[in-house]
Design a protein around this ligand. Sequence first.
Ligand code: ADP
Ligand code: MG
Length: 734
Amino acid sequence: MSLSLDSPIEAIDPRVAGRRTGMRNKGRPAAEVLADPLGITSVDALLHHYPRRYIDRTSVAKTRDLKVGQEATVIANVKRVSKRQTRQRRTMVTVTLFDGTGYLDLTFFNQPWAATLYKEGQELAVSGQVGIYRGKLQLGNYEVEILSGSSDMVHTARITPVHPATEGITTRTIRELIFRALQKIPAIEEPLPADIVAAESLSSFDEAIRAIHFPETDEGLQRARERLKFDELFALELGVAFRKHRVEADAEGVAHTPSDGLVERYLASLPFEPTDAQHRAMDAIGEAMTRQRPMNVLLQGDVGSGKTAVALHAAIVAVASGHQAAIMAPTEVLAGQHGRSMETLLERLGAVRFLDVDDRPDDGQGSLLDGPADAGDAAKPTLTYAVLTASVTGKDRLRVLDGLTSGDVDLVVGTHALVQEGVAFKDLSLAVIDEQHRFGVHQRMALKGKGGEPDVLIMTATPIPRTLALTYYGDLDVVVLDELPKGRQPIETRVVATAAERKAAYELIRAEVAAGRQAFVVCAAIDEANKAEVKAAETEAKRLASDVFPDLDVTLLHGKMRPADKDRIMEEFRRGEHDVLIATTVIEVGVDVPNATVMLVENAERFGLAQMHQLRGRIGRGQHRSYCFLSDHSKPDNEVARARLAAMVRTTDGFELADEDLRLRGEGTLFDVRQSGLPDLKLARLAEDIDLVKRARARAFAVIDEDPELQAYPGLLRELQTRFAGSIDWLFHS
Ligand code: ADP
Ligand code: MG
């Protein structure tokens, strides 16, 4: 009876599947261990359990030619088997082999069964490392096979795969099961369309699966890897294409038609001349919003590139077309700040009503603000604006909620509070999501879900190499702000490792404050839930305040504070009431205080590049020259940390840093892959296999173009459903 991909492990070979490993073979049967914890219950899954590495045992050597230290395979006959007790009362079995050219010993400690398993005259294949003991040749770390008649060598005399194993099962058992499975299974059906396999000159799936486990040559192995990587990437890109198509095809969005010159007035009222990049972005987004097809844009722009003005432009397009817009930020601090910087811009626009919260003493609460005299119709506000965060409660909250439901509020800025139950919009046509990497796909969808088919604008300052963005954000159109506003001063970055350097950093902070500037000190409470880290930041704040800068105004901001307190401190700092702000990483995203020109990052070695880049983006935002000090407490052997710091000193270009990060740490750490809603890749690496990514992507998009529902490809559809099993809602519901 032949085996199929769906067969259970036991069907491969009951003897091997039932093999028990462990102390005196008291362990569980191999098939059970494969099922749990390895999660392998079928031949199919087993064949996708790829080797971790390979040992080259291809050359069969003669004993005479063996060299100490070499990895070698010898085929020889058992000459003698002896068993004795060592002085430590251990059993030692020695099997002496002879291959016509010389003798070779295998030694088994505490494996008395070896004395009965190996018998004089048997032919064995042995692979291992050549050593010498008391003048006799030995093999260490060996694997032995008894060659019986038919003699297919599974473990020796080949490029031997080493599969990931776990307690209760050996790599040898896994190898044997896979070997037997491949022997018994007929040629495996080709899952890819034949024309793609041919056009891409790939090996067949059957060939590839066989060769990845038991390669005959190095080249064959490379071809197998290429083919299987292609499959993973193709499935991934197919999912991306599938979803992109659904989002675009199924949905009837809002075709925005802004009236009454509001958009032009907004552009004219900006306190600065937009950069060319900002102009291009606003044009592209404005254009996409006029189309019926829902917009899905990722706006990627380095810190300080001016994304806020672009987002507000989009919001005004929505409002001027008679709809509502929402802007969601990941933290209270950031939402509060967005709120304020938008207020500043909107005030200049005039005729804006601020539906504000009562505990903000310094704003025109809920009043009608008259615009500048020349701003036109001041009696009737053109735009009503509100903030909704966790700190907006009680009556204020109800007022905002009512305004959203009735359509009275045109533009709302907030946090996750926006996607909570009970928040309903009358007519949301634009959802802006800032710092997307902080949100899961689900929250992104949740905000979108508050409208019919709103246009979506996602903004990120996390620089992602383009090749990655292509896939991670593959269902989005990417718009890039690749230019900083003019007149920005470069930031000078230095590593602080010695006491003298620290003193110099403190002196510079003092000098900048004396010149009217402000400073950030960032303490490494990376995990705001970690009490010890927050405590350390507080202690450091006290020390700086009392010992280092007793004459300056030093204040502290950390994530455990009440939102209202955080807002208050940020606002005070922005107004220049404090000289030095000691903060944990709550200031990482978005905080905008152009007068701040110095930053000292404590324990910078603990931060990733992306995070350090975000932090540093808090300075250099005004017209003054800025300085960033990265204090390095890393251990001497922490070369990766030092490479990161060196990269920070070398460049301020976010994309360059992203590439460096990728090189140093791999793609998974740049942003949370678990949240990206993409399936795992076993062999392929988005960052490294760029060429394959492009090829797979082109093919996948072509297939979807031609057959969006994959009707002609039930196999591919099934494959998608399996690969995206953990994120099925991401794929199938938009
Ligand atoms: P980010 O892209 O990091 O969100 P912001 O939108 O916060 O950047 O803008 C950073 C700062 O630059 C803000 O103070 C903003 O007012 C200012 N800014 C934005 N665009 C321009 C411009 N074209 N010229 C001068 N300053 C600008
Ligand atoms: Mg921003």
